[in-house]
Design a protein around this ligand. Structure first.
Ligand SMILES: *Cc1c(COP(=O)(O)O)cnc(C)c1O
Length: 400
């Protein structure tokens, strides 16, 4: 999207404002689809937790995606957006048996990631097929908070416990229709991922009724010019070839599944804020904006880098700024950033604001959560209203 279009939307809808580019979401989906055109059966289940607005879900539904959900509420959002239950997979971690049963009653695919629930679910519902989440114990991701495949991770059933899984399956006569792994975000090294895949294949061959193998996600997207990103085309061609070989060995054509979140929506998102105050101290020039980590927590929580541009003065002379929020504790979006000269009232835009941004927003400091806009066919359409005092007070009970 052009800076001028973003500035126009900020004028029209006010700030802070999230804007998502529908074309970019579609093109990322199609790019991944194309990278795997070497396999006959491909399913891309978009990870709802990255960006869960129901209009975004509907957009993805219309281009053929399925969804990956981690809570029963996300399952309901998916159904509300129009997904058929069989296009939804439920991949929770550490939830109750009741929550898994509720999802199962809705007809969605179930993915279980611990032995205790596998045994309970298998004993009670032997006729309901389940997918099993394996932990291959491979460190694929960059950041430890988002890397979930390591040995002391709480996710998945350890590959060292496969004999135990097989015993449960035999005792309960349950049907295992899928094998799954998700090693975490930010795959930098395709060879490491392919190594984890080999572990998954070794596991999969031991289950006789599979329909799909799910390789999770973790595609790394670029955050700045020249940043590294997963080469999905190379990854797609290498894994497809290996997958087809495995299917021959297995004796059945299986579906290959993925559940990308960040890859689909990260670069499609823009977060626009307005500069309230320019504060010059002896060492730093602060640009204080009309938002904070309540609306975009990734820089504070994961040390993530979001490009920041001044869309009100794009051709201005570059100067150094620390861009900070209005929350009453340390609230830094970026230190020592080179940005075109900023005046009070200018709009600053954060790039890569599609994934894990709005969905992690809160009402901390009793602020309203921003509005969300879907930009398509040259127009911005409101898909979530800015909150009001009424929203803040909803469900609060005044006793005195
Ligand atoms: C979060 C999550 C994803 C999506 O990860 P991205 O890095 O956003 O692509 C996929 N699968 C599961 C099980 C997840 O928890």
């Amino acid at each position: 999207m052009k800076n001028s279009e973003l500035a126009f939307l900020a004028q029209e809808f006010g700030t802070p404002l999230y804007v998502y580019d529908a074309e970019k979401i579609k093109s990322q989906y199609l790019r991944l689809q194309k990278a795997f055109d070497g396999v006959n059966k491909l399913r891309i289940n978009y990870a709802v937790k990255a960006l869960s607005n129901i209009s975004i879900l509907a957009l993805l539904k219309n281009i053929g995606a399925g969804i990956d959900t981690v809570s029963i509420q996300e399952v309901h959002l998916g159904l509300k957006a129009g997904f058929a239950p069989e296009k939804i997979i439920f991949t929770p971690n550490g939830v109750s048996i009741e929550e898994i049963e509720s999802a199962s009653e809705l007809g969605v695919k179930i993915n279980i990631d611990n032995l205790s629930l596998l045994e309970q679910f298998g004993s009670k519902h032997p006729k309901t097929p389940v997918c099993i989440r394996i932990n291959p114990h491979v460190m694929a991701g960059g950041n430890r908070n988002i890397s979930v495949g390591h040995i002391d991770s709480k996710f998945g059933i350890s590959i060292h416990q496969i004999p135990h899984i097989l015993r449960i399956v035999e005792n309960t006569k349950m049907q295992v229709n899928g094998i799954h792994m998700h090693t975490g975000s930010d795959i930098l090294d395709i060879d490491v991922f392919l190594h984890a895949s080999e572990i998954l294949f070794k596991t999969a061959i031991q289950f006789k009724e599979l329909e799909f193998i799910d390789f999770g996600s973790g595609f790394k997207v670029p955050y700045f010019d020249g940043d590294i990103e997963t080469d999905v085309e190379e990854f797609g061609s290498r894994l497809s070839e290996r997958f087809n070989l495995f299917c021959k060995e297995y004796g059945k054509e299986l579906t290959i599944a993925f559940e990308p979140g960040k890859f689909i929506v990260s670069e499609a998102g823009f977060f626009i804020s307005k500069v309230n105050v320019i504060k010059q101290t002896t060492s730093t020039v602060f640009a204080q904006i009309d938002t904070g980590f309540n609306h975009l927590i990734r820089p504070m929580m994961y040390d993530s880098y979001h490009r920041i541009e001044n869309i009100s003065n794009p051709n201005g002379r570059n100067r150094f700024y620390s861009v900070v929020g209005y929350i009453c504790e340390t609230d830094t979006f970026g230190s020592n950033r080179k940005i075109a000269e900023i005046s009070e009232g200018d709009y600053l835009v954060f790039k890569n604001a599609g994934a894990y941004c709005f969905t992690m927003a809160s009402n901390y400091n009793s602020r309203f959560r921003p509005a969300e806009i879907l930009y398509k066919e040259g127009k911005g359409v409101l898909i979530k209203k800015r909150e009001t005092m009424e929203d803040l007070l909803r469900n609060q009970i005044l006793i005195d």
